[in-house]
Design a protein around this ligand. Structure first.
Ligand SMILES: Cc1cc2nc3c(=O)[nH]c(=O)nc-3n(C[C@H](O)[C@H](O)[C@H](O)COP(=O)(O)O)c2cc1C
Length: 360
């Protein structure tokens, strides 16, 4: 087994994202250069209950190079059982979710709520490493529950005591959600204090931000979530430099996603309606693409709407209303040209709220 540190060194990891890290989207990101990918959050209990939906989440694409499965649960035996299962189905690496902010899960003691119980975290990691000693285990933490309870060092230490081989740090508290920028100083502190590789996560949208984050913190690698949803070619930018794709080039990327999605879900009526649902969801992120601004500055992840589209196609792709998204989804699915002249007028705005989109 290659040490996890070697695999993660300098990597830009595709984050675990409910809905977002669906199998064909992971394939797309891998084609764009991602070499480490992770599943959507998978609830251990639901695997035990043989939920088909949950089993679909742990499926690995055959060509995935290094695929992690993220598990949510708070019972050591159940997590150990689930880890054994996902390892037998191709997971190269197991991650424990300590960040999910959603009340439905935290009220059951999962996700960010589990991050409040370092001792339990240690026992869970211990149980998993004992069950699958051949697989590295990581935990994905936030900085804490809220500003008054920033316990990230304590949780990271507990995970390492339990046998974790890496720590992923999303540099925000549960209470902050996406309202403020990620705290990369806190991530650097974890790097200094914790003896295993650290993957930093938060607000990375451009290559120079990735380079700065790595240089400034000493992180082994970084992770991107919304950046990869907004522009899956972010992984290519890491090796090739800034890529300001034209509208036509972007449409080609989206068409490639549709082709991969048809390969996965099928092109019959059932497959197409499923893909349409995913496309409408992805278009909510794709429309947020903003290149480097004409004055040479870069738009920040947290700031929107600072860009003047340069062509009618870019203007269409930047629209966030349901009519534009339905029009684009139908053209992509039917594999017909996208003609901005034929697009319907907007009638309704689509909410662009990251907190509403994040379900994991
Ligand atoms: C749509 C969406 C779904 C997410 N689902 C999960 C999840 O299943 N598990 C998890 O640990 N984090 C989840 N997250 C959080 C991301 O992995 C990441 O920690 C967070 O978005 C910060 O990274 P970013 O600033 O690059 O977006 C999700 C985020 C988004 C936007």
């Amino acid at each position: 087994m290659t040490p996890l540190r070697d695999t993660l060194q300098g990597a830009v990891v595709l984050a675990p994202m409910t809905k977002g890290s669906n199998l064909p989207y992971r394939q797309l990101c891998q084609e764009m250069g991602a070499r480490v990918t992770m599943s959507e959050m998978t609830v251990a209990r639901r695997l035990k209950q043989k939920s088909r939906r949950e089993f679909a989440l742990i499926r690995r694409a055959p060509e995935e190079r290094f695929f992690g499965v993220q598990l949510a649960g708070n019972k050591p035996e159940e997590m150990a059982w689930a880890a054994t299962l996902v390892a037998s189905r191709g997971a190269d690496w197991i991650d424990v979710n300590l960040g999910c902010p959603i009340d439905y899960f935290t009220s059951k003691g999962l996700g960010a709520a589990l991050g409040r119980e370092p001792n339990r975290v240690r026992r869970i990691v211990e149980a998993i490493t004992r069950a699958v000693p051949e697989r590295p285990v990581s935990v994905k933490i936030r900085l804490g529950w809220n500003d008054a309870h920033r316990n990230y060092l304590e949780v990271a230490r507990a995970a390492v005591e339990g046998g974790a081989s890496a720590i992923v740090v999303h540099g925000r508290t549960r209470a902050a959600r996406y309202t403020m920028s990620a705290d990369w100083d806190a991530i650097a502190e974890v790097v200094r204090e914790i003896p295993v590789p650290v993957i930093g996560n938060g607000d990375l949208l451009f290559r120079h931000e990735i380079e700065n984050a790595l240089a400034r913190t000493g992180c082994c690698g970084v992770m991107t979530a919304r950046g990869a949803l907004i522009k899956p070619w972010l992984f290519r930018e890491v090796t090739e430099g800034d890529l300001d794709l034209t509208g036509e080039e972007r449409v080609e990327v989206y068409r490639r996603y549709v082709a991969l999605a048809k390969g996965h879900w099928g092109s019959d009526d059932r497959g197409v309606s499923r893909i349409r649902e995913f496309l409408l969801w992805h278009l909510g992120f794709w429309c947020r693409y903003t290149p480097r601004l004409p004055d040479g500055s870069y738009p920040a992840m947290q700031v929107r709407g600072s860009w003047q589209p340069r062509t009618p196609l870019e203007a269409l792709l930047a629209r966030s209303d349901a009519e534009a998204h339905a029009f684009l989804a139908d053209a992509l699915l039917a594999e017909t040209p996208v003609d901005p002249e034929r697009a319907p007028a907007p009638a309704s705005a689509v909410a662009l709220d990251d907190d509403a989109l994040e379900a994991g």
